[in-house]
Design a protein around this ligand. Structure first.
Ligand SMILES: Cc1cc2nc3c(=O)[nH]c(=O)nc-3n(C[C@H](O)[C@H](O)[C@H](O)COP(=O)(O)OP(=O)(O)OC[C@H]3O[C@@H](n4cnc5c(N)ncnc54)[C@H](O)[C@@H]3O)c2cc1C
Length: 386
């Protein structure tokens, strides 16, 4: 162990979505103790976009570059389930806007040090402090928040991975309808797992096209080249688009599992994806990160971190998530139809509240009625038996 060279009240490992969100929430909550943020990357890049339903209040809704109030899902036959809602929107935040916003907030306060180029080698927790080692230097803090990716072992064969590859493209002539985004277009092969295309049209000539697979977590994902070919084939065959300019690409692999993630180890807290913020049935993480960070910041400001226990969503959603993953595991071929039914039969307000874990029992009932009883009841029984 290295001798400790600097002491802080809080150290945040990782300046990504959860690390920076936590710092902003701490500052918003009035925390003025010394905070150190360490990340191995050397610069912030526009490495991802975050989308979320603007159902819960979010500090980032106003920063979104686009918010669609109309959206659609297409089944394998091309049937369209269209929804629109003046009140609810699907907001899209650019990674770089989020990073800039967080850095501007940090710059307003003298108590935060952000150090890039700091790959963390070790984090140790002791009764009175926790220590982090980076670049041969040891930093100590009363509490450490760690967002480095962590693998949680799969349980019972129902863990899946959502793998996606996206291309931001520009066309010479208008092709897209920027008023409506496509959440899932299943008009593609379902041979290697649940497979769909996701289209976010930013203007008539610019869009993000994402090729997404939800597969068993042991399945091998496609190479970037294979994804690119599938995207070009899809654009040529389903959108009638053969010529476009590629602006940039993004990719991800998101764990979808109801296996509990360890939340803390003494003075070390796990946050973000590593802290179990990903919604198991959808892979959406950003809004849950905001809720986790808000709760941690509130406890930190109130001096109650030692006895902190987070509560991201009512317990019943855990059960719904496990039923969903079980059906996905047992019956993947029918999933495009199930999604189509949800978007065709449930009101947009009830569906988006359900997806955002803010629904009522009454609207949950709308969801249940829209789906076939047999497969979901069998999966529910399996989930109860564990
Ligand atoms: C391309 C992409 C698109 C996504 N889109 C959505 C979306 O639309 N909606 C949604 O809800 N979720 C989305 N997600 C899922 C999730 O919201 C993001 O992955 C989110 O960034 C997770 O936040 P995080 O803080 O856990 O991890 P990250 O944002 O990845 O941050 C972790 C940080 O830790 C740093 N780090 C890692 N190892 C070390 C180390 N050893 N030492 C120091 N630093 C280290 C990394 O450099 C990184 O900056 C997306 C994910 C990806 C990859």
């Amino acid at each position: 162990m290295l001798p400790v060279q600097e002491n802080y009240r809080y150290i945040i490992v990782g300046a990504g979505a959860s690390g920076l969100s936590l710092c902003c929430h701490l500052l918003e909550a009035g925390v003025r103790d010394r905070i150190l943020i360490l990340d191995r990357k050397s610069a912030f890049t526009d490495d991802r976009t975050w989308c979320f339903w603007n159902v819960r209040p979010s500090p980032y809704t106003d920063l979104a570059i686009r918010c669609w109030h109309r959206w659609e899902v297409r089944d394998t036959q091309g049937n369209e389930a269209r929804q629109e809602s003046p009140g609810v929107g699907y907001a899209c935040l650019r990674g770089l806007d989020f990073y800039d916003h967080a850095q501007a907030k940090i710059a307003e306060h003298g108590n935060v040090t952000l150090m890039l180029g700091s790959a963390i080698e070790n984090v140790n927790t002791f009764p009175d402090y926790a220590a982090v080692e980076a670049n041969g230097i040891s930093y100590s803090a009363d509490y450490v928040f760690d967002s480095r990716p962590k693998t949680v072992p799969a349980r019972g064969g129902t863990a899946s991975t959502q793998r996606f590859y996206g291309q931001f493209i520009r066309t010479d002539t208008p092709v897209f309808d920027p008023a409506r985004c496509t959440l899932m277009d299943f008009r593609t092969s379902q041979e290697h797992g649940l497979h769909f295309f996701y289209i976010l049209p930013f203007s008539p000539t610019e869009a993000l096209i994402e090729n997404t697979y939800i597969q068993d977590c042991e399945a091998v994902g496609l190479s970037p080249e294979q994804h690119r070919t599938e995207i070009s084939d899809y654009l040529a065959q389903k959108v009638g688009l053969t010529a476009f300019t590629l602006l940039r690409e993004e990719a991800g692999a998101i764990p979808m599992t109801t296996q509990p993630f360890p939340k803390r180890d003494g003075r070390l807290f796990f946050i973000g994806t590593a802290g179990g913020c990903t919604k198991p049935s959808s892979g959406y993480t950003f809004q849950r990160i905001q809720e986790q960070c808000r709760q941690i910041a509130e406890a930190a400001a109130g001096g109650t971190l030692d006895r902190f226990r987070e509560r991201l969503a009512p317990a019943r959603y855990r059960f719904f998530d496990s039923v969903f993953l079980q059906v996905l595991h047992d019956d993947p071929g029918n999933f495009p139809e199930y999604f189509y039914r949800l978007f065709a039969r449930v009101s947009p307000e009830a569906l988006t509240a359900f997806l955002s874990e803010t629904s009522t029992w009454r609207s949950d009932f709308q969801i249940m009625r829209s789906l076939p009883l047999g497969p979901f009841l069998r999966a529910a029984l399996k989930s109860i038996r564990g």
